[in-house]
Design a binder for this molecule. Structure first.
Ligand SMILES: [Zn+2]
Ligand SMILES: [Zn+2]
Length: 338
């Protein structure tokens, strides 16, 4: 029986992954088996590994930005064949029949299951996926550079759309999602104001390189008031901070799956029709829309590759703010390329 390396969370809140050899799984009738070529490291993976999310399946292989090549297909799979390159995102299953699913909101399906959270993900040499939740990727991107499109890009784009069409867009937390979405916003003629942790000049430099009109610390006032703000950092105190920077009618979008508690704040920050909303997960339509857009405007993804076996180092670097752009795991049997 063929074995594969998987980096596995074996206990809740273990905060570290174990390298485990396990049998290469067999696809069920509606599944594909994918040989992983690259898997992005998302902040959500940190929340899974740190035990900050409820309902995590244990043991679990994290990773929901999977770029791979189809190795085998289940007998009911149509439209995919061995050798095809696919991307596998966070949404791994939705029921298709509930009210949410039938109204274009499968991201909110109560039966939904998520890759690298309830379904084993891409921190392994092989992964299984429901063929209906796998996507063809823009050929303009190589495997490593395509990986961040699958969550940072997709969920970042859903958050961006929820921010409306105002010209001046603030982005709090300039990591993987922000660095992609800033390019989309600039391409569409918006002005981007990038807020980082105080002193994170590397992230501020990256933001300016990608076309941000201004970059500074999250505690600073932008040179102009914002029409909307997206918060990618998991920091609750940024909610009143961002609200204080948006104009009347402005929106603050919380894009992460987890955030520290939001401190109480005076009603005047919300008054005048400002709003706060969260964005949860993605729909397959979001994926199709964003991947088509990416193919057209080609936002560059800045990647920091790590060997699959160094997944814990990648997570630690992300936790400690040492990743600029996106960390991506690459199985060591393949070439690391930047
Ligand atoms: Zn459903
Ligand atoms: Zn993610």
């Amino acid at each position: 029986m063929a074995l594969m390396l998987s980096m596995t969370l074996t206990r809740p809140t273990a905060r570290t992954l174990d390298a485990i050899d396990r049998p290469v799984p067999e696809p069920a009738p509606d599944q594909i088996l994918v040989r992983v070529r690259a898997c992005g490291v998302c902040r959500t993976d940190l929340h899974v590994v740190d035990g900050e999310l409820p309902d995590t399946t244990i043991p679990i292989v994290p990773g929901h930005e999977i770029v791979g090549v189809v190795e085998r297909v289940g007998r009911d799979v149509a439209g995919l064949a061995p050798g095809d390159r696919v991307g596998i995102p966070w949404l791994g299953y939705a029921c298709g029949v509930c009210e949410y699913c039938r109204s274009g909101r499968e991201n909110l399906c109560r039966q939904a299951r998520f890759t690298g959270y309830q379904i084993d993900g891409g921190y392994a040499e092989f992964a299984l996926a429901d063929a209906r939740f796998a996507f063809t990727l823009p050929p303009e991107y190589d495997d490593v550079h395509a990986a961040p499109l699958l969550c940072a890009g997709l969920i970042g784009y859903r958050s961006y759309r929820m921010a409306g069409s105002g010209r001046r867009l603030g982005i709090y937390g300039f990591g993987a999602a922000a660095h992609i979405i800033a390019q989309v916003a600039v391409h569409e003629g918006r002005e981007v104001f990038a807020f980082t942790s105080p002193g994170d000049t590397a992230a501020q430099d990256l933001a300016r390189t990608l076309g941000a009109a201004w970059a500074g610390a999250s505690t600073e006032a932008p040179p102009e008031p914002l029409d909307a703000a997206i918060i990618f950092a998991p920091v609750g105190r940024l909610v009143p901070e961002a609200l204080s920077r948006v104009v009347p009618g402005g929106v603050v979008v919380c894009a992460g799956i987890h955030m520290s508690d939001i401190p109480s704040f005076p009603y005047r920050l919300l008054w005048e029709e400002r709003s706060v909303r969260s964005v949860a997960n993605l729909t397959r339509q979001d994926a199709r829309d964003f991947l088509a857009l990416a193919s057209r405007i080609r936002p560059r993804t800045h990647v920091q590759p790590y060997a699959l076996s160094d997944a814990n180092a990648a997570l630690t670097d992300l936790r400690e703010g040492r990743v600029h752009g996106a960390a991506v795991l690459v199985p060591t049997s393949q070439n690391l390329h930047k």
